[in-house]
Ligand binder design. Structure first.
Ligand SMILES: Nc1nc2c(c(=O)[nH]1)N[C@H]1C(S)=C(S)[C@@H](COP(=O)(O)O)O[C@H]1N2
Ligand SMILES: [Mo]
Length: 543
């Protein structure tokens, strides 16, 4: 038998524990609600072939909205881990929001529900404003929200029942809810709450992440890609002579292996483009609009060219540059069919994911520029992340104004009327690649033995060609490096300098001279708005 005093003590104890515990348990309710909402949306999205993924939509909306300075900072800090960083940030924000949803819904219903619906509305907005939105796109987030709302109400109901079951009935005022409703013992209410919360949370985590990883769309496209035979080039690139490459340990190979080729794009998930339905349309200021499918493109006489691709974000000495053998069809031939009208000076290329690039029409129609609608890279079909099935490659221009991956439209227009993705974010409308050079070996900060030491790297003056590369040790005179035989002015050139290294700390610098006699500037400029300048230097300790 409990005495009244005992009862009071017990009640105070229960109430104190309840406040702290309630915050914790209602936070859990919020997190479980968020997990279930997302998992339901994820499963629905996967079932619909990848449309309307709310996480992706919010992520890519953030990418598009992020101020350019922030984006450069994040890319600088995290290199290509920038996408992981974005998802982790979203996860942290979602975690905080879901805690708020749970706690509010318990303390001040229906505020938690309203926050949940508000967050869902933002996700819905993101989904319907993305490129490639379909009438089905809103379904995953709507389905997720409906499930989430239902679960939130049930879980908060069970949590309240557990809380109320702790209150000794005898001390409640007659006529309150608890008085009127039949009570289970606290242990039963607790179990009812915990079992549902845990089962819902764990199954959402398992099912949701499974749905995320098994992207049905990309595995289907991967299978289709495997079955396609890349036709040989009618006009192949020249055979590489032995003298076209230098054999120095640590130098960048003349052709960057595809697996090592840098990747830069705004796509949080690599677009899975089905080549059987892919089409390229040439629109805008043309006499004849054109549409071409993948099979038709492959049936055309393909050419092959070595072209170095560089990112405008590449710092002096950086590695956002690579050289590949691209196979494709000249864009000028397709433009000739479409017959651009007078006054047009730009082609706005659009990717299936909404990315756009502005390329001067004159460069794309120039008979001496190998601007390609590329289907092959280093002898194989384009990998999915480098633009499968079709991308643009234009020698001499930074990727952001020329190298549209997963390209679906070329709109002939003017620079006055239209703007590419990065130009509307403060980068230059035109982006010719700047004359530059890089030391690959020895590594900056390394220790070397005194004696003969090869300093080597690559230099590029796209479309013009390199005529000289010079190396300087400390404050000495600029010394001429040995060059590989030039394959094409559109590709980088390997160089090497034989240094008689003496012990001590040394600073080694490189600069290039192009075929017009222009010397690479030492004036330092950051990547924004149209590419970095300066000379690359390394420090080595010679012992
Ligand atoms: N669809 C799409 N194409 C794109 C981009 C992009 O974000 N989306 N980025 C461009 C940029 S900035 C560069 S440097 C090159 C990089 O091509 P890569 O990833 O094959 O090296 O792709 C270009 N094409
Ligand atoms: Mo780029």
């Amino acid at each position: 038998m409990q005495t009244p005093t005992n009862l009071l003590v017990e009640q105070r104890g229960a109430a104190a524990m309840t406040r702290r515990a309630l915050t914790l348990w209602s936070s859990l309710v919020g997190v479980v609600t968020a997990l279930v909402t997302l998992a339901t949306a994820q499963v629905l999205s996967a079932a619909l072939g990848g449309v309307g993924d709310p996480l992706l939509a919010v992520g890519s909306l953030l990418v598009d909205l992020a101020p350019p300075e922030l984006k450069t900072l994040v890319i600088d800090l995290f290199s290509t881990g920038d996408k992981l960083f974005l998802f982790l940030s979203i996860a942290v924000v979602l975690l905080a929001l879901s805690v708020i949803v749970g706690v509010l819904q318990l303390r001040k219903p229906p505020l938690g529900l309203l926050v949940l619906v508000g967050v869902g509305a933002v996700a819905l907005l993101a989904v319907v404003t993305r490129a490639g939105v379909t009438p089905l796109s809103p379904l995953p987030i709507l389905g997720g929200l409906a499930t989430g709302i239902l679960l939130l109400r049930v879980l908060i109901g069970r949590l309240s029942a557990w809380r109320d079951a702790r209150q000794p009935i005898g001390l409640q005022a007659p006529g309150t809810r608890n008085w009127a409703e039949p009570q289970h013992p606290a242990s039963i209410e607790r179990r009812r709450f915990l079992v549902l919360a845990l089962v819902a949370g764990i199954s959402a985590a398992v099912v949701g992440s499974a749905a995320r990883t098994m992207s049905a769309a990309s595995s289907a496209v991967t299978a289709v890609r495997k079955a396609i035979l890349l036709p040989a080039a009618v006009a192949p690139a020249p055979e590489l002579a032995v003298t076209s490459t230098l054999d120095v340990a640590g130098i960048s190979p003349f052709v960057t292996p595809t697996a090592d080729f840098y990747r830069i794009d705004t796509a949080l998930q690599v677009p899975a483009v089905d080549p059987t339905t892919w089409k390229l349309r040439i629109t805008g200021m043309v006499e004849q609009e054109i549409e071409i499918g993948f099979d038709e493109l492959l049936a055309l006489p393909l050419e092959e060219h070595y072209v170095t691709l560089a990112c405008v974000s590449n710092e002096v000495g950086g590695n956002l540059i690579g050289n590949a053998l691209w196979r494709g069809y000249p864009i000028r031939e397709l433009l000739a069919r479409a017959r651009p009208t007078a006054g047009a000076d730009m082609v706005l290329s659009t990717s299936i994911d909404g990315f756009t690039a502005s390329t001067p029409l004159s460069i794309l129609t120039d008979a001496d520029t190998a601007a390609l609608l590329a289907v092959g890279m280093n002898g194989a079909l384009l990998p999915l992340d480098h633009g499968f099935p079709v991308r643009m490659v234009v020698p001499g221009l930074f990727g952001y104004v020329s190298a549209t991956k997963w390209v679906v439209e070329l709109k002939v227009t003017t620079f006055a009327k239209d703007m590419g993705y990065w130009t509307s974010r403060g980068w230059s409308a035109k982006g010719p690649v700047k004359l530059s050079s890089r030391i690959d070996t020895p590594l900056d900060g390394s220790t070397q033995k005194a004696g003969r030491l090869a300093i080597a790297g690559v230099a590029w003056a796209q479309h013009t060609g390199i005529s000289r590369v010079e190396v300087r040790v400390d404050d000495g005179a600029w010394q001429e490096a040995t060059l590989a035989n030039r394959v094409t002015p559109d590709a980088w050139l390997q160089w090497s300098y034989d240094w008689a290294a003496t012990s001590g700390m040394h600073r080694v610098t490189v600069r290039a001279v192009d075929s017009n006699g222009r010397t690479q500037t030492a004036a330092e400029a950051p990547p924004a708005p149209d590419g970095s300048t300066g000379v690359h230097g390394i420090s080595v300790r010679v012992s």
